[in-house]
Write a protein that binds this ligand. Structure first.
Ligand code: ADP
Ligand code: MG
Length: 254
């Protein structure tokens, strides 16, 4: 049973408050979409959840244990995080980069198991033809898939991904979200920051909306109404129901 509780979380960069009194709970096997305008605090919240950033006030608990008392190396056995983009492109090839995801589980040298897990993940993310290429020889979308693969190789119980589909073509967007959806069916919790509300509606069962560092609304798909989307983004939208699937269409601005 894996569970994360966020209680009364505040975060500030140099004194300016960016997350304000966040409360939430991430349950086992839940697929959550974190949405909200640019600058609303999505990436900051995900970085707090990987303990890269430390809160100003409030706490995060993993299975009842305060993050403060958990070493990041230990946390990495349970939690994986995929940033939106990596500033530093490692001078290593695809296979070795993904194998690095096994690090929290490796005590000395990688075992056959580690190599096998890495090879399987490479296949799953459609990276076989690139496995010996260096990361700087890949396109942005291919590199994004390598980082997602590295997180999967880590075999976490909770997976946080920051805009994982932003650089991907349509087929790979759907494939990555399908892979994540299948992980949730196995009991792994997944949280994605995502701008595409239609993809969020299609794949996620829980939506958390952030605005100005505060939780604006959260709940199941039913919370997505034209009024709430309008208030969140300041854009008029129409919601269309077709065969029990909902589509959000922006209205003309003038
Ligand atoms: P989102 O991911 O929703 O676009 P972010 O979490 O990146 O939002 O940013 C939230 C706010 O924090 C923004 O106002 C942004 O300018 C600010 N911010 C983000 N990173 C930093 C940083 N390293 N230093 C100072 N301010 C930052
Ligand atoms: Mg962001």
């Amino acid at each position: 049973m894996v569970n994360i509780k966020i209680e009364n979380l505040d975060f500030a960069y140099n004194g300016s408050l960016v997350l304000n009194k966040i409360f939430d709970e991430i349950k086992k096997g839940e697929f959550t979409a974190l949405v909200g305008p640019n600058g609303s605090g999505k990436s900051t919240l995900l970085r707090c959840l990987d303990k890269i950033l430390l809160p100003k006030n409030g706490s995060i608990y993993l299975n009842g244990k305060n993050f403060k008392e958990i070493d990041r190396k230990i946390l990495a056995k349970s939690i994986a995080y995929v940033p939106q983009s990596e500033d530093e492109v490692f001078q290593s090839n695809v296979f070795d980069t993904i194998l690095m995801g096994r690090k929290p589980h490796i005590s000395w040298m990688p075992t056959n198991d580690d190599l096998e897990i890495t090879a399987k993940v490479i296949e799953k993310l459609d990276l076989s033809e690139f496995s010996m290429k260096y990361l700087n020889q890949l396109s942005g979308g291919q590199r994004q898939r390598v980082y997602i693969a590295r997180a999967l190789a880590q075999q976490p119980k909770i997976l946080f991904l920051d805009e994982p589909t932003a650089n991907l073509d349509l087929r790979h967007q759907l494939e990555v979200l399908d892979i994540l959806k299948n992980l949730t069916k196995k009991g792994i919790s997944v949280v994605v920051a995502i701008h595409d509300l239609n993809l969020a509606l299609q794949f996620c069962e829980k939506i958390v909306m952030l605005k100005d560092g505060k939780i604006f609304a959260k709940g199941g798909k039913e919370i997505i109404t034209s009024k709430i989307v309008e208030n969140l983004y300041g854009v008029k939208v129409k919601i269309i129901n077709e065969d029990e699937r909902f589509f959000i269409i922006p209205e003309k601005t003038q």
